[in-house]
Write a protein of this length. Structure first.
Length: 404
């Protein structure tokens, strides 16, 4: 794919992002997404990010690319899946891992393992997951409601990572629902406990991925958290959206999730936009197909299995082809592809000369859903403190969560 040529930036929109000791050339973070941000997808996004800005920063990282969420218990137990999820390519200049945990001792042990064995350069803590099987046990977006538990987890992670110079960040949501917001207090606590940055997905757990992100909340958090970077997340579908978020909120950088699904070249656009240039990638269908095939090759290397790689790429097909002319029949066959040879045959049947379709290829990608009542442990909202009953529930939380 032909990337826009880097231009000399007269007025960069934002300076490089500083996360602890790490300088990140473009203030952009790939959001951790289950089943998506494995080593293969990160490699693809990294290539496009590098194309937009050239390798920069003290660590050589142009953007920050975070792994899928890994449960701290599974990591401590060294399950095969968890160990695979924390694999990094040799050229990943900044090895970033997101941890999920509800027990301070287990989170501390997981962090200690990662840093003492030199497996990570950055650790992000998940306090934003809205999935019912997580919130039902008091984890993810439900956890900051219990301020003492939240503080304890953040504090132990920072304590274990600090001697190794590994910064800890957090990613969170506004709260459980509009009546139970937690983000401002959580931001203050995290800053006080020594985290290197906070990221806010500006939706509640009740919203899931529906509706519009409340960028005003990001601005409010920025006004409260003043000594470390505040990163904004939610409804960034294009480079212009990222620029608009920065202008509206004053945030120090952006976190991109669903916007890059089937569109890893968004990192080229973002790097160029924050460098102050107007260059953007508008690939033909042939260029998109080449990216899709390369993605599959990387997946095969990651899994060590061509069949498993083809099964994984299936969910990406509709995202890659969004807006392009491709009939229902070939889309259906692509969604069932089971070998590289079959993928090549189907790609050859596409009209590869089709130009970038413009608006039909833009906008929302991935899941959206609708608002719902958040599944919580019984009596969870009765108190901000962790009582005996709540403690018993969260003690079992990691046992019921996949992701390692």
């Amino acid at each position: 794919m032909t990337a826009p040529q880097p231009q000399v930036a007269i007025h960069p929109v934002l300076p490089a992002l500083q996360i602890g000791r790490h300088t990140i050339g473009s203030p952009v973070v790939l959001a951790p997404m289950a089943g998506i941000t494995n080593r293969a997808f990160r490699q693809l996004c990294r290539e496009y990010g590098d194309a937009g800005l050239g390798r920069g920063g003290a660590t050589g990282a142009t953007s920050l690319y975070v792994s899928e969420m890994v449960t701290s218990r599974a990591l401590v137990e060294r399950t095969p899946k968890s160990m695979q999820l924390i694999e990094h390519d040799p050229d990943e200049a900044l090895r970033s891992i997101q941890l999920y945990g509800v027990d301070p001792a287990t989170v501390g042990a997981a962090v200690r393992m990662l840093v003492s064995e030199d497996r990570a350069d950055h650790i992000d803590l998940n306090f934003g997951c809205p999935v019912p099987k997580v919130t039902r046990k008091g984890g993810g977006a439900a956890l900051p409601w219990k301020t003492d538990l939240f503080r304890a987890i953040v504090a132990v992670a920072v304590k274990e990572a600090a001697p190794y110079g590994v910064p800890v960040t957090i990613k969170m949501r506004k709260g459980i629902d509009t009546g139970h917001l937690t983000f401002l207090e959580a931001g203050r606590i995290a800053e006080g406990e020594g985290v290197a940055a906070v990221a806010l997905h500006a939706r509640t757990a009740a919203q899931g991925y529906s509706g519009q992100a409340d960028w005003v909340a990001i601005k409010e958090l920025k006004a409260v958290v003043t000594t470390i970077p505040v990163l904004g997340n939610g409804d960034i579908w294009s480079a212009q959206d990222a620029l608009d978020m920065v202008e509206a909120t004053g945030c120090d950088g952006v976190v991109v999730g669903r916007g890059c699904l089937g569109r890893p070249w968004l990192f080229t656009d973002l790097a160029a936009a924050f460098a102050g240039t107007s260059a953007r990638v508008q690939p033909s269908l042939g260029e998109v197909a080449e990216t899709m095939r390369r993605h599959t090759e990387y997946l095969a290397q990651f899994y060590g299995s061509e069949l498993q790689a083809c099964r994984d790429i299936r969910k990406h097909i509709a995202w890659y082809l969004k807006g392009f002319p491709a009939g229902h029949g070939i889309r259906h066959q692509l969604a069932l592809v089971d070998s590289m040879g079959a993928l090549d045959d189907l790609i050859a049947a596409l009209d590869l000369d089709s130009p970038w379709p413009g608006d039909p290829a833009e906008g929302q990608r991935g899941r959206s859903g609708s608002p719902r009542r958040v599944a919580l442990p019984d009596g969870w909202l009765d108190s901000r403190e962790l009582n005996e009953a709540s403690a018993a529930v969260v003690a079992q939380a990691e046992l019921s969560v996949s992701g390692g």
